[in-house]
Design a protein around this ligand. Sequence first.
Ligand code: ZN
Length: 438
Amino acid sequence: MFDLAIKGNKVLTPDGIRKAIVLIKDGLILDIVSHLPEDASVINVHDKILMPGITDPHVHINEPGRTSWEGFETATKGALAGGITTLVDMPLNASPVTTTVSAFEEKLLSATNKLYTNCGFWGGVVPGNDHEIAGLINKGVLGFKAFLTHSGIDDFPNVTEYDLRKVMPVLARQQLPLLVHCELSGPQPPVKDPQSYAEYLASRPRQWENDAISLMIHLCEAYNCPVHIVHLSSSDAIGHIARAKVKGLPLTVETAQHYLYFNAEDIPDGQTPFKCAPPIREKENNNLLWEALQAGIIDFVATDHSPAPPELKSGDLSQAWGGIISLQLALPILWTAARQRNITLSQLLLWLCENPARLPGLEKRKGKIAPGYDADLVVWDADKQFTVTSQTLYHKHKITPYLGETLYGVVEQTYLRGVKVYDQGTFTPPAGAIILRS
Ligand SMILES: [Zn+2]
């Protein structure tokens, strides 16, 4: 009949939160029922939340080549402990970067037998690799990523409009998404004090993002190519995005946890763990990001987990690596900030599970507790708090702006295809699958 039944008082289904029993057969959700025969064996999670596993489509794992920064084993272990059952790896900052078929083959080899969660891959678009795009698609990448400004590493140079015009028709034919880091470098005030957060913020103005987003909306419309704006930070661009969506353009947008949790006004000077690009902006800006998220103009929230070794994350704000470590904390960060705004768990479900599964084309398999979906599940306590310490993190590096924060939402168990693979600090051997576009 079924292999496993999980019963809970708070099951997050697409129709809302309710008391239910989820039946699992052959790794898939078979049905959601209200009653079972008395003698059936059932796991009861009582008042814990039973939710679909989280999908995070914006993660920098950096393997092969920069495994001193992060790696498949440590990143996916942290993810699993945080209730993330599917993630998509960015084409940088591994070495080689995932911009050629041979580099992708190397990446697949390096991921084998190390994945605690399911993992897909984005390919990269850089100047001059347009002849590699079809090959990367055939090999199974889920879409492509490009930068409109310096990416932080020289081996992944940014594209220009000219480069994008060569690849967007190809992606449009396959309806594969082009993910874009939207900052177009322009005038910037000189930095006098490299420890000053206010000066760092001013050095990457909203205008850079606004200009890049205008360009991408224009190209999205010109080619009918799915465009995804990663980590939106400038609230000035929200109106333009909303109008493009009303027009029906294939445009999607994510923001990151750190733009919703922190505000520039509260960031002390010299604190390199907060450095990221685009930067964390002012409270007034971030309140508008929240509104756009609630209005569905921003589709979902992804971590942009981008670690680097402590020696690269130190120094002053002009030198330090720009990237925030947060993968394992994706759920508690967002939930802690959301509950202060009376946001419901059903909204959280959209932002962490349903909508992010759509970007890599997994919406028929992941992100919902519904018949036929993969039984990737997370059980968590929404009312329990914990304090972030380096001992609680499984990532390779522990320098994160969330150290010392007390967060709501403790992940207790994680299931992959109906198998319990994480239970309060205990892991089974890696059981994550490589996800290729079929
Ligand atoms: Zn990123």
